[in-house]
Design a protein around this ligand. Structure first.
Ligand code: ME8
Length: 654
């Protein structure tokens, strides 16, 4: 971590650069929002931050997605990148740099790196044959494939690819890298991921193929235009480009090495944990201070959520759900989703995304704990202190210890990426503050005329809310600003600074400005009822699709016992008989039945059968038919459906 004393050093935070095949999903949003929260935290501390994210554009799957959309790759990537920028804007992602691998500056750096490694012998030309997964853009050794030659990651079929190619001599750095990582346990986190990386490297790093044949998309290999640089090699270099590598030495000196490189766990071991540091070693460049891999969000049922599997969960759906159910603003809903992502699951472990869980947390943590403290306190300040907070007399500072504990935990959480622990600490403080209001009962102090004590209690509570606003600001920037405004701190032009995360720093003279509740409570019963109704509708639709009918639909059928009183062939139709049946009505009916091949008219007369009595009348071969006789047999009638004992004609069948 860049220390405060290293004034010049920039806190450099990266997310992976994302494949621009579709819009962001919960996974990419997770990484990016986490990076954003960290970037905001460090800025709040007054540190200079370079927070970079971007787009990984030279993948084969991008070319295929472009083809499917009927666009050339450039036009296609332009379009998807716009969708990313828009999504990051809406999710309040405060990146300083959005890098596209198609940028001329990046292309230049990639060419430079490649040429340099060719020169040093760290890249060489050879033939390659291997199992390649096209959707994952990765070669896999045979022993890693799943049965049936399936990709171990996306479970699709892999192909054998043979080509002349360039190789990166990763094997040369295997031992050095292992030694380096073993000596620095803080470089890769969490420990579970670090152990995976270490055991991967202990098997010995293999030289890896870092070029593909040039199909017109990608960075050409310098001096050999028949090849382009492999998309992963190209993509990892983005982190160097952003830092000004080879193009701005002064900047590079200030920015490098990255302070925190965030990613999902699937791209740690093979890429960020081994190929990437080996590349840096080959270039003689310092390794990143921290590589951190978070876990995966899974959909209910344990399935991985990912683009290549097609089960995308759009974070924007979650935002819209909150707006719809609670009536909060879109910006507040964005903050609530951000909060949910870090509160629900320990950063580094897997989690299950559930809209029920999201709504429940909105009510319990945001509307009740945080919203309630604010909404109950401001009216007390208005009523008892004429809306204005002054420097308190003796007796204030009762919550100081709780504040200090939460701040220490939040600081540690932000620094070590324990985002959940950080939020838990803040929520413990909120619980203490709510309890403090209950116990000190400002309304009673007012009644008893204890003015000094009353002012001290309200000062402590408002001051605590101020510190909470500061501490949650990196995760919930809009909410923090709104609280700042309602506390009257915006009017005082008080800047948000982490250094003010201490009890007693609330300046005198703030006039509170009560607003609409930030988190309107959600009626969870109503949500449950509606979702039960929706589930029922969906079930009914599914049944319909499967050919099922409801009981009501069945009840519409008027089935009755009918006695055949007469039966005749239909002229010119071998299969048809014209029956006259008594079904208990005043007049017998005439029914045409396709049973002539199995039954003779004579054997039918006097027989009791089942009639569909409310079938629309029809004319069959010029003969009127008022109903249908039931028979078994799909292609041809095998048997008539008859009652097993005497029943009067007209009796209902049900
Ligand atoms: O990997 N839960 O790009 P990408 C949590 N271009 N995280 C998830 C997830 C889930 N369900 N699904 C995906 C690439 N992720 C490369 C990176 S960097 C030099 C090149 C995470 O668009 C995943 O781990 O496939 C990764 O961090 C990102 O989202 C997906 O990125």
């Amino acid at each position: 971590m860049a220390s405060d004393s290293a004034q010049d050093q920039v806190v450099y935070i990266t997310t992976p650069i994302y494949y621009v095949t579709a819009k962001p999903h919960i996974g990419t949003t997770y990484t990016t929002t986490a990076a954003d929260a960290l970037a905001r935290y460090h800025r709040l501390r007054g540190r200079e931050v370079l927070f970079a994210t971007g787009s990984d554009e030279h993948a084969q799957k991008v070319v295929r997605a472009a083809q499917a959309a009927g666009l050339d790759p450039r036009a296609f990537t332009d379009r998807v990148v716009t969708a990313y920028l828009d999504a990051w804007d809406r999710m309040k992602i405060s990146y300083d740099r959005f890098i596209r691998t198609s940028e001329p500056e990046h292309v230049e750096v990639v060419s430079h790196v490649f040429a340099r490694l060719l020169e040093s012998g760290d890249i060489y030309k050879d033939r390659y044959e291997g199992w390649y997964c096209v959707p994952c853009e990765t070669y896999f050794p045979e022993d890693e494939l799943l049965e049936g030659n399936l990709c171990p990651d996306c479970h699709r079929e892999v192909e054998v690819l043979t080509e002349e190619a360039y190789f990166f001599r990763a094997s040369r750095y295997s031992n050095d890298l292992l030694r380096e990582l073993e000596a620095n346990p803080e470089r890769i986190k969490p420990d579970s991921r670090r152990n995976e990386v270490l055991s991967f490297i202990r098997q010995g790093l293999q030289d890896s193929c870092v070029s593909r044949s040039n199909q017109g998309w990608g960075v050409p290999v310098p001096g050999d235009e028949e090849h382009v640089v492999y998309v992963w090699f190209d993509a990892l270099i983005n982190y160097l480009t952003v830092a000004g590598y080879t193009v701005d030495d002064a900047k590079f000196a200030r920015v490098w090495p990255p302070t925190i490189q965030l990613m999902g766990k699937d791209i740690m071991t093979r890429f960020h944990g081994s190929m990437w540091p080996a590349m840096l070693m080959a270039l003689g460049v310092e390794l990143p201070e921290l590589l951190f891999a978070h876990g995966f969000w899974v959909a209910a049922g344990g399935e991985k959520i990912s683009k290549s599997r097609g089960n995308i969960v759009d974070p924007w759906d979650a935002v819209e759900l909150l707006v719809e159910e609670s009536g909060c603003t879109t910006d507040v809903a964005v903050d609530a989703v951000r909060y949910y992502l870090f509160r629900e699951v320990t950063f580094g472990l897997d989690g299950t995304f559930s809209s029920g869980g999201l709504l429940a947390r909105f009510n319990a943590d945001l509307a009740n704990d945080l919203g309630n403290l604010l909404n109950r306190t401001l009216p007390l300040v208005e009523r008892f202190l004429e809306g204005s907070i002054e420097t308190p007399g003796p007796g204030a500072g009762e919550l100081s210890e709780d504040v200090a504990r939460a701040v220490a935990r939040a600081e540690e959480g932000y620094e070590t990426l324990d985002l959940r622990g950080m939020l838990e600490g803040i929520w413990e403080l909120l619980a203490s503050a709510n309890k403090f209001v209950d116990e000190r009962a400002p309304w009673d102090l007012h009644k008893a005329g204890k003015k000094v004590e009353l002012a001290a209690v309200l000062y402590d509570v408002v001051d605590t809310i101020r510190v909470v606003a500061l501490m949650i600001a990196p995760v919930m920037p809009t909410v923090a600003e709104e609280i700042w405004r309602q506390l009257g701190l915006e009017d005082l032009a008080l800047e948000m600074r982490w250094d003010d995360c201490q009890a007693g720093k609330l300046p005198a003279g703030a006039s509170v400005r009560r607003g609409r509740p930030i988190f309107p409570r959600i009626d969870l019963d109503r949500v449950r009822q509606r979702s039960a109704a929706r589930a029922q509708q969906e079930e009914a639709a599914r049944r319909k699709e499967e050919g099922m009918i409801s009981f009501d639909e069945f009840k519409k059928m008027d089935l009755r016992i009918a006695r055949v009183v007469d039966a005749d062939p239909v002229e010119g139709a071998d299969k048809l008989l014209k029956l006259t049946v008594d079904c208990g009505e005043d007049e017998p009916r005439q029914v045409v039945a396709g049973i002539a091949e199995t039954f003779s008219p004579r054997e039918l007369i006097g027989e009791s059968v089942v009639l569909v009595a409310n079938l629309e009348p029809a004319e069959i071969r010029g003969v009127q038919s008022q109903g249908m006789i039931l028979a078994a047999g799909e292609k041809q009638p095998l048997a008539l459906i008859v009652p097993d004992r005497d029943v009067e004609p007209g009796e209902k069948v049900r």
